[in-house]
Design a protein. Structure first.
Ligand code: GLC
Length: 450
């Protein structure tokens, strides 16, 4: 039997005290509710982005000539490699047929719902069919259109298709010169616009356009308004990011998780080790647990998580990445619902767990399993029932205005690497740890002598 030893009124009294003290964070009150006026929802954008918000988890793929070199995608600049020396990689780049199928299968197995592949990175090499240059996959080592292969592979697995495209170009003679030389800019910008046109018109419906690095020009220099107008004319349902100098549809915090204010959409992109492109010696892998914790952290704050793989030159995925993403995928099979269906979640204070929420159900994701009891402080709603999410096993609990205590749990974590507990509440769960700090009865200073 669960012992809910206090009434809804007790709880409301607690919340009332906290509200009166101004202690409940405003963001908490807003969780899942109306957004501030500053972010008046644009209905068309909301419609375009619906699938993306539900998707939560995507695969980023950095693959290019830097994969042949195997020393990070910035090596061309960071090692100041002469152009002719670097161009040799274009002839050596001979990926195996349909390598993208492995990526798409792994993405699907990991619980990812979309993919974003580098169609051209800063090095300037195009993976797509283009009228602008011979420095492209169809005309160099691969001898075929790798964007086409990628698009087909993603669609075969029912995944949404995204294109990363770097505006900055270290190969084009005007790429850097255009900063100070208007004639160079006038040659270079149409070259870039033509790439975007080709990407938006040669491969059917594209779901995401992910611009990168706008150095050395401003949005005026890139003619970004015109660029996005063309994109939306060719792909009316697409969503675009914020890296061509315009706001676009979503923000792109990189290598860190930080939520946008005012309901603006955001996606945290991260590497699995320390490199985007294949770096053979980079062994600083994130654990599956870290990946899952990051995914939870994005989902609870209303954001997406775009996690990178850096395939080897033949297109194979580094073994460690496969191992990590498979483990994440197994966990997602058991617990994914608590991620995909999550809305903004206010509770966050815990030293061994984090939270997501779907309606009145609070999911507690325990990443450091403490043992036979698990607790949540300052929950401002009455708990109706508690279950281990993956096994659906009922969990006993006690609740008072300060603490929810789950009892009779196994010594060892029932799930790995993170155990999810579904806490069904009477109303939308919020937490107020300041209420606990201020109101929890404290001891006197004099302890009765033994
Ligand atoms: C940075 C890096 C680039 C990487 C990108 C991913 O812009 O320059 O190498 O592709 O981040 O977000």
């Amino acid at each position: 039997m669960n012992e809910a030893r206090f009434t809804r009124r007790d709880l409301l009294k607690g919340a009332g005290a906290a509200l009166a003290s101004g202690a409940l964070p405003v963001s908490g009150l807003r969780a899942g509710g109306a957004q501030p006026a500053a972010a008046a929802p644009d209905a068309a954008r909301e419609r375009r982005m619906r699938w993306w918000h539900a998707a939560k988890f995507g695969m980023f793929i950095h693959w290019g000539l830097y994969s042949v070199h195997g020393r990070h995608e910035w090596a061309m600049e960071d090692e100041a490699i002469p152009i002719l020396e670097y161009e040799a990689f274009a002839r050596q780049f001979k990926p195996k047929p349909r390598a993208a199928r492995e990526w798409a299968r792994l993405a699907k197995a990991a619980g990812m719902k979309y993919m974003v592949m580098t169609t051209k990175h800063h090095e300037g090499f195009c993976h797509f069919t283009t009228s602008t240059t011979d420095y492209c996959s169809p005309k160099q080592g691969p001898g075929r259109d790798l964007v086409q292969e990628y698009v087909e592979a993603a669609r075969e697995q029912g995944l949404r298709v995204g294109f990363y495209y770097s505006l900055m170009d270290w190969h084009h003679p005007d790429g850097a010169r255009s900063e100070k030389d208007e004639a160079a800019r006038q040659r270079f910008v149409p070259y870039i616009h033509q790439h975007v046109r080709e990407l938006m018109s040669q491969y059917g419906k594209i779901d995401v356009l992910w611009y990168d690095v706008s150095w050395p020009l401003t949005k005026e220099g890139w003619e970004s308004e015109k660029m996005n107008r063309m994109v939306f004319e060719l792909q009316p349902e697409i969503i675009v990011n914020d890296r061509n100098g315009l706001q676009g549809d979503f923000s792109t915090p990189e290598q860190h998780i930080s939520a946008e204010a005012g309901g603006r959409a955001w996606e945290a992109c991260m590497t699995l080790n320390d490199s985007w492109g294949y770096q053979a010696a980079d062994d600083n892998w994130k654990s599956a647990k870290t990946v899952i914790r990051n995914l939870i952290s994005c989902a609870r704050q209303g954001g997406n998580y775009l996690l990178n793989i850096g395939p080897m030159p033949d297109g194979s995925i580094p073994e460690e990445s496969v191992r990590i993403l498979r483990e994440v995928g197994e966990w997602m099979q058991r617990n994914g619902e608590a991620i995909y269906r999550s809305g903004l979640t206010q509770p966050e204070d815990s030293d061994y767990s984090s939270f997501t929420r779907n309606g009145n159900i609070l999911y507690q994701h325990v990443y450091f399993w403490p043992g036979t009891t698990v607790a949540v402080c300052g929950l401002q709603t009455k708990v109706m029932s508690v279950r281990l999410f993956a096994s659906n096993r009922e969990v006993r609990f006690q609740q008072d205005p300060y603490r929810l205590l789950l009892t009779g749990l196994p010594e060892r974590a029932p799930d790995s690497p993170v155990t999810t507990i579904a806490i069904e509440c009477e109303s939308q769960p919020t937490q107020n740890s300041q209420f606990v700090r201020r109101q929890k009865p404290r001891a006197g200073v004099n302890i009765t002598p033994a």
